[in-house]
Design a protein. Structure first.
Length: 95
């Protein structure tokens, strides 16, 4: 697995946002209820995380969310809070 700041994807070139969403066609979440991935406050994240845990494009999904600044929902099996921690950690490492 690549280091968090050195992610590579077979689906796109760095900075190519349209190509970067090609992974979604392979996602385990395809066809799942979107509300599972955008739960209301206090609702469980576990159903979404369970789907993500078996997904072949989990890493691409997370990287897409981080690169596009997605702040809401479960992406790549990662909660909103976990996503903020990853962003903060990467900014600190880059400084």
């Amino acid at each position: 697995m690549p280091a968090p700041d050195q992610h590579t994807s077979p689906f796109s070139e760095p900075g190519d946002l349209f190509a970067s969403v090609a992974f979604m066609a392979l996602g385990a979440c395809r066809g799942a209820e979107p509300d599972l991935f955008f739960p209301d406050r206090g609702e469980s994240l576990e159903p979404a995380k369970r789907i993500c845990s078996e997904c072949v494009v989990r890493d691409e999904c997370l990287e897409h969310a981080l690169a596009s600044g997605e702040r809401f929902g479960v992406w790549g099996g990662t909660s909103e809070r976990e996503g903020r921690r990853i962003r903060r950690s990467r900014r600190t490492a880059a400084a």
